[in-house]
Ligand binder design. Sequence first.
Ligand code: ADP
Length: 195
Amino acid sequence: MAAMRLVILGRQGSGKSTQSARLVDAYGIVHISTGDMLRSAVVAGSDLGRQARARVDAGELVSDEIMIGIVTERLAEADVVEHGFLLDGFPRTPAQAEALEDILGAAGSVLGGALNLEVPVDVVTGRMVARGRVDDTEEAISRRLGLYESETAPLLAWFEERGLLTVVDGQGAEDEVFSRLCVALDGAVLDGSVS
Ligand code: ADP
């Protein structure tokens, strides 16, 4: 089987990071988290870190130009080409989605699918308030979720139109959600839509 190339989408607080870590382990693919890449760049004080810092700190989106640049470079690296990837945090805007299609197309490959880990807004708000992080005030949470709805939710339609979207219920125990994701992926692999 060729390498799997996947995107995972989900609101903040949906459990996306936890489930991504488990999925990449189980399927032997590379986890590409743009949030992690940006945070490391900020800590390292690289050019990218300096450019992105203010926006990351404010919870605003980093420009499409910067994001498309770093993802283009990462997707060309040998581990990703060989093993495939789970892209987490990208695309976040329609322009990034178009760019992803172009990057893969230029390399002679295609995206296998997009998983949307669906957890309703009131549930993720409750989870984030409960974890009590300093940046998780109700106001900040509602701003970040609002940004998600306006910028990212239209991507669901974009993936759906291309027959790439699978919605997975993200409510319930961690193991249960993980099993659902595996069932969704195994089904997609079997019917040939992820290769
Ligand atoms: P969260 O899920 O809390 O938004 P992430 O770890 O995915 O966290 O991203 C952290 C921050 O990094 C975002 O708030 C944003 O500033 C920036 N970022 C990450 N990915 C992208 C992207 N694809 N486009 C624009 N900004 C991004």
